[in-house]
Ligand binder design. Structure first.
Ligand code: DGL
Length: 274
């Protein structure tokens, strides 16, 4: 493994770019490959075994064709379904947002009442609940699946009446139970965090695992002596499994979000034989 090899991140779609932004900021000199599995989006309602099989296939491809030195599963649903199994199966370091997110939420809460919003798959797996409880038994965890935001974000709709309505519908119960911390357990949610914050009010802290993942990635690469400082201009390459399932409106938002001059996605034939 060479230090000049890229770091890879993947998600079911464009949500994982919220973590990619943090990783890009942390590593201005590292090449980065992003993959969004738009052919299978959304992952949230799919059985865990199916999501796990996507995770294996994607990682296998990223290793074979890009020789990546670190993989970030920039998707909570895929992390809940497949992080542990992937870590056992592959030698490359693989990390995901559940543990860092849980740690950040525990550090933040003052009243020991944490809300978790994520996909049906992530909530159903109990991954966040178990992670928080394993770190601190005295925390009360209130979880809710909020899949409604995901198709809106993918379509490039990150504000307006529809997003607000969903935020109000989904989040009312968290206000009733008085959480002081709300963990955004889906990488699509930071795009709509302004609406979430409006509904929850300024006294509730929103937690995004992205920053911590970037810091964790640095620690791993430093330990393995794989940090790259020789790149003249780091490459950032963006791929999806189905270009027809990528909205032009989102690409515009993603470009601004990542502060790039241009954002272009190419199609990767990861699932061609399926
Ligand atoms: N962005 C993904 C996550 O963090 C899931 C969205 C989906 O495909 O359902 O869980």
């Amino acid at each position: 493994m060479k230090s000049s090899n890229p770091i890879a991140l993947f998600d079911s779609g464009v949500g994982g770019l919220t973590i990619t932004k943090e990783v890009m900021e942390e590593f201005p000199d590292e090449d980065i490959v992003y993959f969004g599995d738009t052919a299978h989006l959304p992952y949230g309602p799919r059985p865990q075994e199916e999501v796990r099989s996507f995770v294996f296939k994607i990682i296998d491809y990223l290793l074979r064709f890009f020789n990546v030195k670190l993989i970030v599963i920039a998707c909570n649903t895929a992390t809940a379904a497949g992080l542990k199994a992937a870590q056992e199966r592959f030698e490359v370091p693989i990390i995901g947002p559940v543990k860092p997110g849980a740690e950040a939420a525990i550090e933040q809460t003052r009243n020991k009442r944490i809300g978790v919003i994520a996909t049906e798959g992530t909530i159903g797996s109990g991954a966040y609940y178990q992670e928080i409880k394993s770190l601190s038994t005295e925390i009360n965890v209130f979880s809710k699946a909020c899949p409604g935001f995901i198709p809106l974000v993918e379509a490039g709709k990150i504000s307006g009446a529809e997003v607000r309505r969903i935020a109000v519908d989904y989040l009312a119960s968290f206000k009733e139970v008085g959480v002081d911390t709300l963990l955004l357990g889906c990488t699509h949610f930071p795009y709509v965090s302004h609406e979430i914050q409006k509904v929850m009010g300024p006294e509730v802290e929103l937690i995004y695992p992205g920053r911590r993942i970037a810091v964790q990635a640095r620690k791993i690469l430093a330990k393995q002596e794989l940090l790259n400082s020789t790149t003249i201009e780091a490459k950032r390459d963006f791929y999806v499994s189905d270009l027809n399932n990528l909205s032009y409106d989102f690409v515009e938002i993603g470009k601004d979000f990542l502060e790039l001059q241009e954002l272009r996605f190419a199609e990767l034939p990861i699932f061609v034989n399926q």
